[in-house]
Write a protein that binds this ligand. Structure first.
Ligand SMILES: [Zn+2]
Ligand SMILES: [Zn+2]
Length: 293
């Protein structure tokens, strides 16, 4: 299955102009899988990603037999979206769901399947949580009034087939429960998790592991900074830990994400070099960068 992974938000917590908060997409010819709805979701509106939002890659021929230059959605014969849209949520922290209220901007009139982790994983009723956020006075419209069809389909831990793709869900260790996703042998998406031995088995052999890296990890070796590491490790992973899991899992590539916005580019650069010593296939992508899978 040919697929492209594009990260739209490489940051955690606070959006910056360089790094919006967590959002990534896996696009296949007739499918759009979105992972988390942080502020990075807004990047889907950038011109370079417009083709992903078009209803049909085929243009309806005009009477002269030439392909129309208009998007197919203007033609009645192509009113069915060609890309089914599924949005998977890792958890409900705001840096991962703020973009839910942006959905009408890119998917007006369309159906979007929203997959939050099931109540059995988080302890929260997904319907209640989501309709509790998308409503007045937080948003001018309630979830039922938004001009798109948002269908909530929570996912239990385990294996699923979604739009023909094998999707696996695994509970992680975080300040509030979060889940990792695995799509076929293409992608494992693990953000907002403490370092977790189970991640290696879960991600075994995928082309790309997209994993959070909140700190470098060098902090744990210095008494002056050891406390930073200890506090971070309750809910988050270091770049070095993520690289070790990637090596253990035998993935092709590791993309570090959910970067700490309080750290500068130099810190992230050093962090990358440290991770590459453990797993050479480590990268830090910029928002909007794509990896062919
Ligand atoms: Zn987060
Ligand atoms: Zn979180």
């Amino acid at each position: 299955m040919a697929a492209e992974f594009t990260i739209l938000g490489t940051g955690g917590w606070i959006p910056t102009t360089r790094r919006e908060t967590t959002c990534a997409i896996l696009s296949m010819p007739d499918l759009l899988f979105i992972f988390d709805a942080g502020t990075g979701l807004a990047r889907l509106l950038e011109d370079r990603f417009r083709p992903l939002l078009e209803l049909s890659p085929e243009r309806t021929p005009d009477p002269a037999g030439e392909p129309s230059r208009e998007p197919a959605r203007t033609k009645s014969s192509a009113s069915t979206p060609s890309r089914e849209v599924h949005l998977f949520l890792s958890h409900y922290h705001l840096d991962h769901i703020a973009g839910l209220v942006y959905l009408p901007a890119m998917f007006k009139g369309r159906t979007v399947y929203l997959h939050p982790p099931a109540a059995s994983i988080t302890g929260y009723d997904p319907q209640e949580i989501i309709s509790g956020i998308i409503r007045k006075p937080y948003n001018p419209q309630s979830i039922d009034d938004m001009p798109l069809d948002l269908i909530i389909k929570p996912l239990e831990e385990g294996e699923h087939v979604i739009a023909g793709a094998d999707v696996r869900v695994r509970k992680q260790i975080h300040a509030d429960p979060s889940v990792a996703y695995r799509i076929e042998d293409l992608l494992a998406f693990a953000t907002d998790t403490a370092d977790d031995p189970g991640t290696a088995e879960f991600a075994r052999g995928v082309r790309l592991l997209a994993h959070e890296a909140w700190i470098d990890g060098i902090e744990e070796d210095d008494p002056a900074t050891e406390r930073i590491a200890r506090e971070a490790y309750v809910a988050h992973t270091s770049a070095r830990q993520a690289a070790a899991r990637a090596a253990e899992a035998g993935v092709e590539k590791l993309a570090l994400m959910h970067l700490n916005p309080l750290r500068g580019a130099e810190y992230h650069e050093r962090m990358l070099v440290a991770a590459q010593k453990i797993f050479p296939g480590t990268v830090i992508l910029e928002d909007g960068e794509t990896v062919e899978l």
